[in-house]
Design a protein around this ligand. Sequence first.
Ligand code: NAD
Length: 491
Amino acid sequence: MGQVLKQYINGEWKLSGSGETREILNPASGEVIAEVTEGIRADVINAVAGAKAAFYDDGWMDATAVERARLLFKLADVLESRAEEFYKLETTNNGKPIRESSVDVSDACACLRYYAGFTTKPHGVTYDVPDDMQSLVVREPIGVCAMIVPWNYPLLMAVWKIAPAIAAGNTVVFKPSEITPLTAIKLFEIIDEIGFPKGVVNLVLGDGPNVGDELARNRDVEKIAFTGGTSTGRSIMKAATTNIKKISLELGGKSPNIVFADADFETAVDYALFAIFCNQGQVCSAGSRLLLQESIYDKFIERLVERAKKIKVGSGFDESTEMGPLISENHMNKVLSYIEIGKNEGATLACGGHRITEGTFGNGYFVEPTIFVDTTPDMRIVQEEIFGPVLVVQKFKDEKEAIKIANDSCYGLAAGVFTNDIAKAHRVIKTLRAGITWINTYHPTYNEAPWGGYKQSGIGRELGTYGYEEYTEVKQININLDVKPTGWFSK
Ligand code: NAD
């Protein structure tokens, strides 16, 4: 094993005060690929102090938009020039096929450039108010922003948070998932090289209950941005009450993908597979509930199963691989336990349902693409997020019933509708309680458009102008144009 990888705190690479390290694994082989320092609360406290000093004392608060834009453009350029190194590392640490990790890296560059360009564009407003007064509204950075992300898109989630926060003029303390920190550490190598002032962007490494909790609880952190599971989101909300810090939460989902009988059949089958099995089903917005109109139900399932069985599972480095391993042994066991729950609840396995163990597969955490039919709305596999390659199919008669089933969830992240009747598509979308919706497609997302959920899928939005605004405070400034005493009290 090489050297222990460090945190980046106040412009310096630091081992944690804990003296502990954590082994990072390749989920395709179970092999140890790196050793990283294991952060503790004291490291967070130091990083937050550095970020606070950088913002309030060392001038970042007054850094010009042009300067912030220049750094983000530079970060994008260097990341792009080292893309291969990043996507190979992402596949090694996360397991996802190279064709997906390479898209993650190019999407990260595009997001950095979107916010680099955006940095110089925001403008305030003025109001025509009563009295001889001018009223202005300006947006300002919040100050010290903490960020916590999960393991499913390690590099992309880092950029989705750091780019808008820096564009808006904040300082940052960032924590990757403890099991996938490697591309974030490499991103910070670039951050170090290209000359971000000391303390402006900090990296802490470690677990949720200590390092993550300290970020959520720390009184000098003024905003926390979190992506992860809904129950963790709940803990973060509670911890954030210490100083009423601003929060944005991107949480879990159990998103419906609705296919009407009049949809283009092969297109809908193709997207139903893409909706659930892309990134091994470890996507917050995955179309994990497939709602099929009863007249096409049997034919659709027959074709879906035929194609699901052909999905090539394997190492992310094999160019023909279409689905890689799950992220960890723990997570694989959670997914497998949901498959058992589904069987015990009386759902029928139409395909898959097992761990793949033949040959070298047994060293990694591979699970077959799995489809359950004969489900009922009360089943746990229908209501709870499995976050793996497990699709549950639900049957509906008509538009009204499709909407009722689709909205029968505590989540509200995403939804898809497949139909050739555009009026019907719009009627259905209008009634779906979800923040991200698609008609005759599933999954595409754009830097320009807001990302986030209704109900227990979260609070706030990422990306676009909405994502930028999440990292700003709004200030009104009233200017008296007729400067004289009020006359309110007697002289
Ligand atoms: P998780 O909630 O277990 O962990 C996410 C992050 O939170 C990790 O960095 C972890 O260390 C940290 N954490 C854990 N406990 C914490 C605590 N008590 N206080 C502070 N931080 C804590 O989630 P995961 O298993 O890494 O990721 C899967 C989940 O993420 C799924 O539910 C998925 O839907 C969700 N997700 C949502 C989006 C979205 O945009 N809505 C995107 C990706 C993933």
